[in-house]
Design a protein around this ligand. Structure first.
Ligand SMILES: Nc1ncnc2c1ncn2[C@@H]1O[C@H](COP(=O)(O)OP(=O)(O)O)[C@@H](O)[C@H]1O
Ligand SMILES: O=C(CO)[C@@H](O)[C@H](O)[C@H](O)[C@H](O)COP(=O)(O)O
Length: 478
């Protein structure tokens, strides 16, 4: 619905305004334009970043090429209509949690600045269990796992201290994007992302300064926290036609934003499957997390907005399991001298598995282990001569992904929490009918699929609901 709206310094013609929602995912960038009055999606684009870097040092590193991510982000936004971009009234950014990249404030505020590290992602495996147990115990209800920002920084302190000396700022990839857009000389981080780094107390809203200081941690690399849903600043220059001075929200977690895009009732749970997978429900408003970490629990309590929490089974093994299978097939076919695009492989796999309604092949698909059980790697059992077709294997993989999630968050646990419906989100689920069938098979609750349910839409909705589209909403930091 077009509206007469105040725009920066003048009253402009009747023209809808939009909120740009960006999600920097592990596999792809998503960009949506949300019409701010109707809250409907006016346009969306998605591009794979193809940014994974091979682990050349054998340390189980999982890094991504930051320059490629940023280039993909710029290309993705560039695919949206220029006309609409000129009417963007605020920008929200979400992205993959837990990971860390480093930059230099002095050379910063420039997309192409030289002194920028690669992104060490949530899938990184360099922090062994013995290394993690050598770290101080956090004052938080969340335990620290490999791939968490603070654990990664501790790893650099021990193994490559000289590396850290080159950088003055650290943050998640989505924090970096916000810093660049606003020209910030430091990193502002919301509790959603801070909690995902470890050594952050969600009740007090503070980093574990004393504990970290006592362990010699470089405190200057800790971002400054701002509440989830607040502004971080304004764009410092024109960006793809979006005028300078446009308000930008402090970056949020992709998981919370996916939930925000489709959680409408206390009796709903949200199942998001993208590269990873999360099954979550909202805790009652008066819920307080436990005092200390529970590393063996498959359910964690992550901060949502204000003082509310989400109970989540955050599986490290979601769409990436299928992506790894596709990669394996591609590698084998290459060795055999056959070529088939990724897209056709997915189509054929899904097609074959739809024909194969069930399989007695059993796949436990935890190729990355799980945070509560890092040593339980994937297994294939019950192999017979009759269950090795592409249909059987794909069906068993998809079933295994859902069985694993259900073992982390059993249907009975959902029932006890009053959940009677599961809302599906995420593009791995949206693009894979076999996964959807398996959700419906494994969980007894009814299942619906959110339209436009993903993090980019969620973060745009947050901006829409929390800040309105009124120009000049005051930022936390100017
Ligand atoms: N052509 C395809 N058909 C079906 N599923 C796909 C296809 N391409 C990728 N996927 C799935 O989507 C997942 C990535 O989803 P995406 O939403 O892009 O992730 P993220 O939000 O983590 O960046 C992959 O891990 C894979 O399982
Ligand atoms: O692990 C958690 C929460 O602990 C996840 O919810 C978190 O979003 C993910 O680890 C990463 O952010 C990756 O998300 P995605 O790229 O799979 O969408």
């Amino acid at each position: 619905r077009p509206a007469l709206r105040m725009s920066r310094s003048c009253v402009t013609a009747i023209m809808p305004s939009y909120i740009l929602g960006l999600d920097v995912g592990t596999t792809s960038i998503k960009a949506v334009l949300l019409e701010s009055d109707s809250k409907s999606v006016a346009a969306s684009q998605s591009l794979a970043t193809a940014s994974d870097i091979a682990d050349s040092n054998g340390i189980k590193a999982k890094e991504q090429d930051t320059a490629r991510i940023l280039d993909t982000l710029n290309r993705c936004v560039g695919l949206l209509s220029k006309d609409k971009l000129q009417h963007v009234c605020s920008i929200g950014v979400s992205g993959q949690m837990h990971g860390v990249l480093f930059w230099n404030a002095k050379s910063g505020c420039d997309w192409s600045s030289g002194n920028l590290s690669q992104l060490i992602t949530w899938q990184d495996g360099r922090c062994s269990n013995s290394f993690l147990s050598s770290l101080p115990k956090p004052n938080s209800h969340l335990s620290v796992a490999t791939g968490f920002g603070c654990a990664t920084i501790f790893w650099y302190m021990k193994h490559r201290p000289e590396f850290l000396k080159d950088f003055t700022v650290a943050g998640t990839i989505q924090d970096y994007v916000v810093s660049m857009l606003c020209g910030l000389d430091r990193c502002l981080m919301t509790p959603q992302n801070a909690a995902s780094w470890g050594f952050y107390n969600t009740s007090s809203g503070q980093w574990n300064m004393d504990i970290l200081n006592g362990a010699g941690f470089p405190l200057h690399l800790l971002p400054q926290c701002v509440p989830s849903g607040e502004l971080a600043g304004h764009t410092r220059s024109d960006w793809h036609g979006i005028p300078a001075g446009t308000p930008v929200g402090a970056a949020l977690g992709d998981f919370q934003c996916a939930v925000y895009s489709c959680l409408s009732a206390q009796t709903d749970a949200v199942l998001n499957i993208s590269t990873s997978a999360q099954l979550t429900f909202a805790m009652p408003a008066d819920f307080k997390p436990p005092d200390s970490p529970q590393p063996e629990s498959s359910i964690a309590f992550f901060p949502y907005f204000g003082s509310s929490y989400l109970a989540v089974a955050a599986s490290l093994n979601g769409g990436n399991v299928l992506a790894t299978f596709v990669e394996m097939l591609t590698g084998w076919m290459k060795e055999l001298g056959v070529e088939l695009s990724e897209q056709s492989l997915y189509e054929k796999m899904i097609g074959c598995a739809l024909e194969q309604e069930s399989s007695d092949l059993t796949v436990s698909p935890t190729i990355l282990g799980e945070r509560h059980d890092p040593f339980a790697l994937a297994r294939v059992t019950n192999i017979s001569a009759c269950n090795l077709s592409l249909g059987h294997v794909t069906r068993a993989l998809c079933h295994g992904i859902l069985e694993n999630l259900a073992s982390m968050m059993p249907p009975e646990r959902l029932r006890q929490a009053g959940v009677n419906r599961i809302v599906g989100s995420g593009s791995a689920l949206a693009r894979n009918e076999v996964l959807r069938q398996e959700v419906e098979r494994v969980f007894s609750q009814s299942v619906v699929y959110g339209q436009n349910a993903d993090s980019a839409v969620g973060v745009a909705l947050v901006l829409c609901d929390r800040l309105g589209s009124i120009d000049g909403a005051s930022p936390v930091v100017k």
